[in-house]
Write a protein that binds this ligand. Sequence first.
Ligand code: SF4
Length: 381
Amino acid sequence: MSVPLQQMLRVGAYVAKQHLMGVRRYPLVLMLEPLFRCNLACSGCGKIDYPDEILNQRLSVEDCLGAVEECGAPVVSIAGGEPLLHKELHLVVEGIVRRRKFVYLCTNALLMEKKLDLYEPGPFFTWSVHLDGGREEHDRSVCQDGVFERAVEAIGQAKARGFRVNINCTLFNQAAPDKVARFFDDVMAMGVNGITVSPGYAYERAPDQAHFLNRRRTKELFRDIFRLGRGKRWSFSQSGLFLDYLAGNQSYRCTPWGNPTRNYFGWQRPCYLLGEGYAKSFRELMEETDWDRYGTGNYEKCADCMVHSGYEATAVTDAVKNPLKAFAVAMRGPRTEGAMAPEIALEQQRPAEFVFSRHVEDAVQRLHRAKSLAESPASAD
Ligand code: SF4
């Protein structure tokens, strides 16, 4: 089973409670980015294109745990950058587990073996290792040879010590269904607990803009992959309805508040993938974001997005409202033949706004001001 029973029950109870209380917007997974610095520079990454001053910043342990408390989501996904570069990350994980929340620590695994001793295996903690395919595909995706090998070695070590390990796989338009299917066979044979798979989001700051998938191509690719997976018992850490959506069988609108993001800039609007603005508190994010301005059909930058951080929460809400449909899909797997669900029209979407540089300049100026204040003779008095 890719998701522990305890997690299914706790998250299920949390979702049911929100619905009973009539809460319209609630978070499922907190995306916590304690830093942006990484020890790789992948061609499809839109997270590390910051000046050094920003890359050198870290959220403190107190900031991270404060965000966990403020948000209240039952699951925390720690992303980055490369989170293991944060020297106190084990204390963050320890604090989250102590709060009985489920932690997924996303890593490229380069530092994982070295850091294993700092972490405790248990049902509340899962390593989520970034692997975009077999040796050739993954090393190409991360733009460095030998990374796949080291990740596989680290997965083996972690499994031997009793850790839960998932792999986190992003697919781009060069993905060949037969190779992806073989890769899924191989990781299941390695003993990983679950596979998280998603099409790459077309980050405006990613160095390689040529290989992102459009929606039609995404759905065809996933149908081809799932067809090859029939009877294979691949264990996905995602809901059946989300996988059915990837295969083109559900018309879902995104739920950006389902996976709220906290990083150095604050609470990111509207989602993990898009930094269009920042709120000072979680409450401000939820209450003062104009959510209707975002999502496929509403905003140009959302046109091709089908990423789990935007749509898994939609699938979960659908499952709560339509349990029989969810059960049927979970039993038979995603449908890979027949007509696809209608596509959301894009004619009314508002054009993209480009605000990245302004946010970065503001943050750098704030850092300079704080530095000169700290260095001024008056502050030394
Ligand atoms: S569709 Fe939703 S999740 Fe995707 S980029 Fe837009 S707001 Fe974010």
